[in-house]
Design a protein around this ligand. Sequence first.
Ligand code: HEM
Length: 435
Amino acid sequence: MQTTMPTLAELDITSEAIYDNRGYPWAEWDRMRAEAPVYWYQRPGYEPFWSLTRYEDVAWVARNPELFSCRERVAIETPDEVESWETERERRGQVYGHRPDHAPGLGFMDAPMHRQLRQVMYPCFTPKALAEQEARLAGLARTYVDDFVALLDRDGTADVAHQLSARLPLAAIFDLLGVPEQDWDQLFKLHQATAAAFHKDFAHADGADPMATFLKAMMDLDAYMSELVRKRMADGGGTGTDMLSRLAAACVDDEPLAFHDISYQLFNLLQAGNGTTRNAIAGGIKVLLENPDQLRLLVDDPGLLDGAVDEILRWTSVAVVMSRTATRDTEIGGQLIRRGDTVATWFPAANRDPEVFPDPYRFDITRSPNRHFAFGGYGEHRCIGANLAKLELRVMFRALLPLLPELALAGDSKMLILRLLMAEYVQLPVRRVRS
Ligand code: HEM
């Protein structure tokens, strides 16, 4: 039977069902990159936007923040989401006295406030600062892998998504914030319960009412974090160099950060740094098990680990799309972009651009150069936690190296998409084939 190729206007890269059922729409992105790399995407259910799939164009947007603002929106949104965002902005104005242009978190800010706040937070993410965290995170990674091995020994199979990859990223953020270690387990449970609300498969896992569970966990988490912030603000940040102390002592726009601004940054870090890293770890385990030649290469030469981490990040590209708003009329790839238009940059599509990555669908841990866009297009909004995420992947895969050759995927894995922002593994079972 002959099938006709869909027209560009029929290509669908926004239906969550597509991602949930067959993963990323690679063929559609390839087609757009080849035929219409800067494409006005207009479909029912979403606000129209320019869709950018070419590496070079994604880089251009990232590197010209004065032309492409973050303040309006950073995600592709449905009309309902646009409306609820407007309402939230008004609410923040009324409750906190924010100006309409006052953005709550780094990702939604433009210069100059963005640069000021980033300068406050970035010292916690430098390689030097992270070197102090490395030994602690490596120890934790070994413990989590040992616990996972115990589960495998007990049950024969275990689930990477629920029982392994979720632990280190949260611990790393608690460590960064200076949360006392005895509270981590309790916070881990609360955070898992809040994550549960975001997707039906998580939400119904234990049969509890998802909304009630979510609200209770959210309130408990908020109460804990608020107390932490209050204490740290009371001593003006003290002499601490952890993130919370820095935020408590900081001035942005000539004013000390308010309580709600600091709290927001904490939640923002939990949101931005947790799921992303968790899913990169899960996706990395999956791709290594699917490519035994690459796994063997790595096991035989652990010196390839840094390259393997970058290739895992390129391959998994767990952050899917970010958008910006054009601040004035401009041009990308010969297309006129009008002031106010939304421009969406698809990171996984850029990471498979054959102009930049030869044989882009080959998983190759020796790929060099590998300037992928898993953390964004190298502009001033590039992921502030990139060094930490890489460190986590490094210590995790180092701890996993002796185990991975003894594992095999066991049954179907399941990856969902959360608001087109991020890939989320909800099921990744493995079994031990050799002990
Ligand atoms: C594999 C893990 C991660 C991936 C794939 C990832 C990806 C991204 C991407 C694509 C962006 C947007 C870049 C842009 O707009 O150009 C971003 C921003 C951000 N990320 Fe990450 N991220 C990861 C881990 C982390 C971690 C561990 C943290 C912190 C604990 C973090 C905190 C942030 C923050 C605060 C921003 C906003 C930065 C700004 O706008 O200046 N991320 N991340």
